[in-house]
Design a protein around this ligand. Structure first.
Ligand SMILES: [Zn+2]
Ligand SMILES: [Zn+2]
Length: 355
């Protein structure tokens, strides 16, 4: 059923359009049950059904319209969402819910309403959303994501970031519905780009935008390219967060060394063996030996940098030479101390200050 232009005009004449997220009151007659109605194609519909159809399209069979604001007279289509007529059994994380054609779809966890999300969690949520491109742009989710969808913990439960974004804007999200995107960006958390959809709307959403498994995001469409800022790096990287799960030392494939060898190598170094000699003895590159003695690799409790803090033939910068000369003139620092400070040996300092 389609709403004609004339019917649409008649409908909106009776609605007071206010701010985007406010409730828009019905100016016409209000029946005893509190739900204003209009005639569309000879059928009596509630104004909520009418504005939904006018702005969002057909109401799928098996679905009814519910108001996120709870106001019976409100005509703001943004407050009107399609929800399944049958109450869905609320088994957490369970996938046994069946649609009309018997295909199970994943049930969503018990979603909180906005009032159940305290301001601290709300602020924490919005900190993970990048709004820098303005109110109409996509707001990429910068937090954790699982399976390509943003994920956030609210009151100790993990939820899709998109549903939470919607809840924080509109108050609630209907049970059993999918958070579909009007844009082409599953990680977008701009509530105005998100709408609650039926499973079929969700899959339509996916296929109509060339997503889904038949069209994997490769090359320039891959998340790593389109949203390089979301790749975890440095301190956020999985390896940093889970250091105990990263294979180290001899557990690593292709490891030439064992802890036994590393400890022996460190002992020899402490006794004065050069890195070059150790590299030959252990069949390693000298940089590998250097990494070991500086405890960059093969980190072990209690072992810190045991290198002698100098590098042979290391050149000083002009600035360092000037500084060393100054120190030498004033006698503020010994040549040895300067060597330690700059990571060179005493001879280098002597040559510098006398040059
Ligand atoms: Zn409303
Ligand atoms: Zn978007």
């Amino acid at each position: 059923m389609r709403i004609t232009k004339g019917e649409s005009a008649r409908l909106w004449k009776n609605i007071e359009i206010k701010e985007e997220n406010e409730c828009w009151p019905w100016l016409g007659k209000i029946p005893a049950d509190g739900y204003p109605r209009v005639s569309i194609q000879g059928k009596r519909l509630t104004v909520a059904q009418a504005v939904f159809m006018d702005k969002k399209g057909e109401i799928s069979s098996g679905y009814r319209i519910e108001k996120t604001c709870g106001d019976k007279e409100c005509c703001n289509f943004k407050h009107c969402v399609a929800v399944p007529k049958k109450k869905i059994s609320l088994t957490k994380g369970h996938s046994g819910v069946k649609t009309k054609n018997s295909k199970p779809f994943r049930y969503t966890r018990d979603l909180p309403i906005r009032d159940e999300i305290d301001p601290v969690q709300q602020a924490r949520f919005w900190r993970k959303v990048c709004k820098s491109d303005g109110p109409d742009a996509c707001w990429p989710w910068l937090g954790t994501s699982t399976g390509g969808y943003g994920s956030v913990s609210i009151n100790g439960q993990r939820h899709r970031a998109t549903r939470i974004a919607y809840i924080l804007e509109y108050g609630s999200f209907p049970d059993g519905m999918y958070a579909c995107h009007k844009c082409d960006n599953p990680l977008c958390a701009n509530p105005t780009h998100i709408f609650p959809g039926t499973p079929s709307e969700n899959s339509y959403d996916m296929h109509s935008k060339n997503r889904g498994p038949k069209n994997p995001a490769t090359g320039d469409r891959n998340g790593a390219r389109t949203q390089p800022e979301r790749l975890t790096r440095g301190e956020d990287h999985w390896m940093r967060k889970n250091p105990e799960r990263v294979p180290r030392g001899e557990d690593r494939a292709m490891s030439k060394l064992t802890w036994e060898k590393v400890r022996a190598l460190r002992a020899s170094y402490t006794k004065g063996a050069t890195q070059k000699a150790l590299a030959e003895e252990y069949d390693l590159h000298q940089s590998t030996v250097s990494d070991i003695v500086r405890a960059e690799t093969w980190q072990e409790a209690g072992v810190v940098d045991i290198s002698r803090g100098h590098t042979k033939n290391k050149k000083l910068t002009d600035e360092q030479v000037t500084w060393a000369k100054e120190m030498y003139k004033t006698g503020e620092m010994s040549q040895r101390a300067m060597g330690r400070e700059l990571g060179v040996n005493q001879t280098t300092i002597r040559n510098a200050v006398l040059s």
